[in-house]
Design a protein. Structure first.
Length: 192
């Protein structure tokens, strides 16, 4: 599809440039930025909340918050991690406010994760199997360990941020994460 004359193809721009333009009120730039990260945001929120319905609500709330807070973002090149932190915050707000439904569809979560089109079919199948194995291993973890791991490994949050989200001390967050990593390393040994 060709871009009409006088209109730039925003999909070619970096996240940082899109964030700067969106912060200045460019709605098209915001749409491209949001569309680019929507599947990751949804998968992350689904894993955190344990519910596709709650994840959809969390992502919607996060999208509104991202638009509203973009002018205050000091490092536009780090917008993806910043957006994921907002998704995390909104997911935990939902968890605290309602009892999550148990309608997690691991295959939908795995399918929504980005995969390079350049990969060969055998590699894609192996990756999908490994991701399904990881999803099952994560489901077997105690809730605090699973949430700690997701916040750190998917959301890129610091130990202090994890502690704040989970309402535990930083030391406890480190311990939960260490136990989660140890268990996942042991359970995922077959996928190495």
């Amino acid at each position: 599809m060709r871009t009409p004359p006088g209109r730039q193809d925003l999909s070619l721009l970096s996240d940082g440039i899109l964030a700067r333009r969106a912060a200045e009120g460019d709605e098209r730039a915001f749409e491209v930025l949001l569309r680019r990260h929507l599947s990751l945001m949804t998968a992350y929120a689904t894993r955190l909340t344990g519910s596709r319905a709650d994840a959809g609500d969390a992502v919607q709330e996060a999208s509104v918050a991202v638009w509203r807070e973009l002018p205050n973002l000091t490092t536009p090149d780090a917008v993806r991690g910043w957006m994921m932190k907002i998704v995390s915050r909104k997911s935990f707000d939902l968890i605290r406010s309602r009892k999550p439904a148990s309608d997690v569809d691991d295959e939908a979560v795995v399918a929504s994760l980005p995969v390079s089109d350049a990969d060969d079919p055998a590699r894609l199948a192996g990756t999908a199997d490994a991701m399904a194995g990881l999803a099952k291993a994560l489901d077997r973890l105690p809730a605090l360990q699973r949430q700690s791991w997701l916040l750190r490994e998917v959301g890129g949050e610091s130990y202090g941020e994890i502690a704040e989200h989970l309402g535990i001390t930083t030391t406890a967050a480190r311990g939960q994460l260490a136990r989660a990593r140890e268990t996942l390393t042991r359970e995922m040994e077959a996928w190495r």
